[in-house]
Ligand binder design. Structure first.
Ligand code: ARG
Length: 458
């Protein structure tokens, strides 16, 4: 059979052009969405008396047959038929004869492809939300088991103040919670139906766009046909959210890599999630978090690619827009792969509470608390800061930690020091004391876990 659009042409397409313009190599991922969209369209056409019921039934039967073949991997697509839309239409006409040609009444590939991508991204957004929840569940489990596990908190990668490990992992819980929120919110816009916008201007047929939108579970129809076929900002939005999410994944991965090093030695990733070296027998490499960190580049790249693609395009459809798909597919696959690994890797990770504690004891991260101690006793905080700075310098020069200095030594720096200073300096006390809302104090962390559970399970 010749090209579906062959009527106007006198020469066959140049072979290279055929290959160059074809998208079937990648848009076959939209096959099932394409059929779903066609089923809704054809129902609507019959309902509006644009085709007969008999024709509708034949087309539906044909589409179901093709769907079955696609599901069984039993179709052969052809580059000559350019894309998934024309491939399926061709298969349909082969299956049921010329009546298959009625399917495309009142629609264009332009609203068809947009519809397919809305359907695809809706499914994937919902699936990704679930995967994010699995990661959150793993984070929450680690948090619940480690409220009283204390480690140094850092700023500038310098030890700053001790914190609860639960507090640290919950920080990521909330990042993912916002990512999920963004995904959920984006569904509002993904759920607009472009179907029936036709090529760009609408159609003279008395179609019912609301009906096909309802059949596809969309919440509303695009009010403007030009916008409907030109809009790709629902994909831009997804890529933006994905970029933010992979940033979070990457930061978490970076910490897992650092923590797994001998220098930190705070966690041990399960053997299942690590790989060895072909030359150095002692190595256990955190390849998974490294790759998760590394995947960030391609997702940012996909976002930049689509932004750049769209920025100079006049309305409405331009063939450039066929390039909108691979970055979207790649981002979906990359994100699904990342989240699917992250959850079990976090879940099985061993937290080395003893090593963390050791690190806290061998640092000066309780210095702020001595400053606060003096401030509570009346010394202005700025002056207290100065005094404690001198004490820290003295301790460093002595090669000792703040808990090891005697009361006499403290009193040389200020007469306000009394024996109770030692209780105040113990890491447990330092952490527990930060009981302000959202702080790392144990009580607050318990409150936070409760709130996190409410968000996740209610
Ligand atoms: N394969 C095309 C794409 O993905 C489908 C739309 C084609 N429309 C057109 N007018 N050539 O963009």
């Amino acid at each position: 059979m010749s090209k579906l659009w062959g009527g106007r042409f006198t020469k066959p397409t140049n072979q290279l052009v055929e290959e160059y313009t074809s998208s079937i190599g990648f848009d076959q991922k939209l096959a099932l969405q394409d059929i779903k969209g066609s089923l809704a369209h054809v129902e609507m056409l019959a309902h509006c008396d644009i085709i007969s019921n008999e024709e509708k039934n034949q087309i539906i039967r044909g589409l179901h047959t093709i769907q079955g073949k696609i599901e069984n991997d039993d179709v052969e697509y052809s580059v000559a038929d350019e894309d998934i839309h024309m491939n399926i239409e061709k298969l349909l006409i082969e299956e049921i004869g010329p009546v298959g040609g009625k399917l495309h009444t009142g629609r264009s590939r332009n609203d068809q492809v947009a519809t397919d991508m809305h359907l695809y991204l809706r499914e994937k957004t919902e699936a990704i939300i679930e995967l994010v929840e699995n990661v959150q569940t793993a984070l929450l489990k680690q948090a619940e088991g480690n409220v009283e596990t204390i480690l140094p908190g850092y700023t500038h990668l310098q030890r700053a103040q001790p914190i609860s490990f639960a507090h640290h992992v919950l920080a990521y819980f909330w990042m993912f919670e916002r990512d999920k929120d963004r995904l959920q919110d984006s569904l509002k816009r993904i759920n607009w139906s472009p179907l029936g916008a036709a090529a760009l201007a609408g159609t003279p047929y008395p179609i019912d766009r609301q009906m096909s939108a309802d059949l596809l579970g969309f919440e509303k129809v695009y009010p403007n046909s030009l916008d409907a076929v030109s809009d790709r900002d629902f994909i831009l939005e997804f890529l933006s959210i994905a970029s933010i999410m992979i940033t979070h994944i990457s930061r978490l991965s970076e910490e897992l890599i650092l923590w797994s090093s001998e220098e930190f030695n705070f966690v041990e990733l399960d053997d299942e999630f690590c790989t060895g070296s072909s030359i150095m027998p002692q190595k256990k490499n955190p390849d998974v978090p490294e790759l998760l960190r590394g995947k960030t580049g391609r997702i940012y790249g996909n976002l930049m690619g689509l932004l750049t693609l769209l920025k100079g395009l006049p309305l409405a459809y331009n063939k450039d827009m066929q390039e909108d798909k691979e970055g979207m597919f790649d981002t979906v696959d990359t994100l699904e792969g990342a989240l699917a690994l992250l959850a079990p890797m976090l879940d099985s990770m061993e937290v080395k509470a003893g090593e963390m504690k050791k690190a806290v004891k061998e640092d000066y991260s309780n210095a702020t608390d001595i400053a606060d101690y003096l401030a509570v006793k009346g010394m202005p905080f700025r002056q207290a800061h100065e005094v404690i700075g001198k004490i820290v310098l003295y301790a460093i020069q002595e090669g000792r930690y703040l808990l090891d200095l005697s009361l006499e030594e403290y009193q040389q720096f200020s007469e306000l020091f009394e024996a109770d200073i030692y209780d105040k300096l113990a890491p447990e006390h330092v952490v527990a004391a930060r009981n302000s809302e959202g702080g790392t104090g144990f009580e607050q962390v318990h409150v936070q876990i409760k709130t996190a559970k409410e968000h996740l399970y209610e």
